[in-house]
Structure formats: structure tokens, C-alpha cells
Design a binder for this molecule. Structure first.
Ligand SMILES: [Zn+2]
Length: 82
């Protein structure tokens, strides 16, 4: 549920939402989003970890080519942004 959807549920009650209700909904919605994104980042980290040869087995440029050395481009971006 995003912030707009959360606010829409308050409006259904038939009165304007109180400031504290809006704050709580926004805070909960943001906390839910942070949790969802942490799960996504953990999944990416799971897929892009080094194999015993120090390569990222997920990032293979072509089926007959070598794997990319770890950290692969995906992990370099992830580490610089998160
Ligand atoms: Zn990778």
C-alpha cells in the first residue's frame, strides 16, 4: 500500500483525517516500503555473491564466456547506492 492508498482508506470513514492519523499512516507506509526494499536488496545480494573462483555466477556476459569477477557491476552499484 502506498501513501495515497493509505490516505484513501482514511477518507472512506467520511471525515478528514486527523494530522496524527496521516502521520501514522505515512510512517507505517514508509516503514513497509523500507522493509520491502530491504528484502529486494537481500535477494539481489543472494544472487550476486562470489563463487569459489571469485566470480559472480549470476553475471555471465554470454553462455560460453567467463563469469564476471566479483564484485560484479550489479554489486558495485548496490554497494555505492545502499
Ligand atoms: Zn553479479
Amino acid at each position: 500500500m502506498n501513501v495515497d492508498e493509505a490516505l484513501a482508506t482514511v477518507r472512506v470513514v467520511g471525515r478528514p483525517p486527523a494530522a496524527n492519523e496521516v502521520s501514522m499512516l505515512v510512517a507505517q507506509t514508509l516503514a513497509d516500503e523500507v522493509e520491502r526494499q530491504r528484502g529486494a536488496v537481500a535477494h539481489v545480494r543472494e544472487l550476486h555473491r562470489p563463487d569459489p573462483w571469485g566470480d559472480c555466477p549470476t553475471c555471465a556476459p554470454d553462455p560460453e564466456g567467463d563469469d564476471l569477477p566479483y564484485p560484479c557491476p550489479t554489486m558495485r552499484v548496490l554497494e555505492s547506492e545502499v
